[in-house]
Design a protein around this ligand. Structure first.
Ligand SMILES: C[S@@+](CC[C@H](N)C(=O)[O-])C[C@H]1O[C@@H](n2cnc3c(N)ncnc32)[C@H](O)[C@@H]1O
Length: 363
């Protein structure tokens, strides 16, 4: 997109007032890729001769092509679990070379680079080992780090904790951090099987930023600066070269932007609020499901009671019919009795008279 198209996409026109909204909804809800730092890398490439790039943690490979576009001749893309998308992307561009290995071990197997981009496993042990190796073997290289701010600045994140010794890992959890309190939570920034987070933030040897601080703690020849956007881009430059002094100056509008820092804080606050609301909605949906299941069970019980009731009603109707019939028989018998009793009495009186008159012994 050229500058004119970019401005139109931002401003829209009177005939196309929705251009900016369209551009906004075409982006993922959570921006996270280094591709967003294109203008920063443009400044870097303008101030530094960069022929070889080692990129640790590549994911889709979109950002790898960016380094080649800006002038890199060889980009070594270190990704232990390359997706088909990444393989296809790399196959299309002769400047890109896939390295199916883990960092930091992969570093020693690759040519020395002018630019290292560290965005692989986001924990103290890995980043510290990567940076220690680079400072020793490629002291003139520029190093870029992603995720030097929340959530990984002071809290380890583990893609593959099994590669670390137990003393290099903090106890970790599937839960994730949120901006809204200081604990981890299932409704926080979670890895959903891709990564876990250290259960506690802070302390020694915890987090990406802490690793960088420790690695350069006694190195006066370095300057470390941060662009406070999209989880934080760290840049480690030399303090003793004119190129890097100029580069540091050129980056200043980004690295010292209070506006960027405020927007990043707002972004992570809004995003973790969305995560919390999604979790609340899921919980409500579960409750609603339970209610519906409960109502269906009650309905089944009511239907069964209705059936029992109907069976009882029929049985009672039969019994009442039977009782009525018996009653009628009794009534008839009673009436017959009533009708015959006076006649019998008369008959008894007549026969008594006859016997008395006959003078028999029974008078
Ligand atoms: C945050 S993603 C990288 C995103 C990519 N740099 C971008 O900006 O679009 C992290 C990647 O690092 C990979 N990774 C994890 N551990 C690694 C390691 N030890 N060495 C190299 N890559 C690693 C993961 O597989 C994942 O694809």
């Amino acid at each position: 997109m050229d500058e004119q198209d970019r401005i139109v996409a931002m401003l829209g026109t009177r005939q196309d007032p929705h251009a900016q909204a369209r551009a906004a909804r075409s982006q993922p809800l959570l921006l996270h890729s280094l591709t967003l730092f294109r203008e920063i890398f443009e400044v870097v490439f303008e101030h530094r001769p960069i022929a070889t790039v080692v990129e640790i943690g590549v994911e889709t490979g979109e950002v790898s092509g960016l380094y080649a576009e800006l002038g890199a001749e060889d980009v070594y893309c270190v990704e232990p679990i390359p997706s088909d998308e990444l393989r296809a992307h790399i196959a299309e561009n002769p400047a890109l070379h896939l390295v199916e290995r883990h960092s930091p071990v992969a570093l020693a197997e690759l040519p020395i680079a002018d630019l290292y981009v560290l965005d692989g496993d986001h924990n103290y042990a890995t980043v510290r080992a990567e940076l220690d190796w680079i400072l020793e073997h490629a002291p003139g290289a520029l190093v870029a780090f992603h995720d030097v701010l929340w959530p990984c600045s002071r809290r380890d994140l583990y893609y593959q904790p099994s590669l670390l010794r137990s003393d290099q890992r903090h106890s970790c959890t599937e839960d994730g951090p949120t901006v809204w309190h200081d604990c981890v939570t299932s409704s926080g920034f979670v890895g959903r099987g891709a990564f876990t987070s250290a259960a506690h933030a802070g302390g020694e040897e915890n987090g990406v930023l802490t690793a960088i601080e420790d690695a350069i703690a006694y190195d006066d020849n370095r300057r470390f600066t941060i662009v406070p956007a999209v989880f934080g881009l760290g840049l480690l430059l030399r303090a003793d070269t004119a190129n890097d002094t100029r580069l540091l100056g050129a980056l200043r509008p980004y690295t010292h932007s209070r506006l960027l820092a405020a927007m990043e804080n707002n972004r992570i606050a809004l995003y973790t609020r969305v995560l919390a609301m999604q979790a609340e909605m899921a919980a409500h949906a579960q409750e609603a499901d339970q209610l519906v299941r409960g109502m269906a069970e009650r309905r089944d019980e009511i239907d069964e009671l209705r059936r029992d009731n109907e069976a009882l009603r029929k049985r009672h109707a039969r019994e009442i019919g039977e009782l009525r019939r018996r009653n009628e028989v009794l009534v008839r018998e009673l009436e017959d009795q009533r009708r015959f009793t006076p006649a019998l009495r008369n008959l008894a009186g007549v026969s008594g008279d006859l016997l008395r008159r006959a003078g028999g012994p029974w008078k």
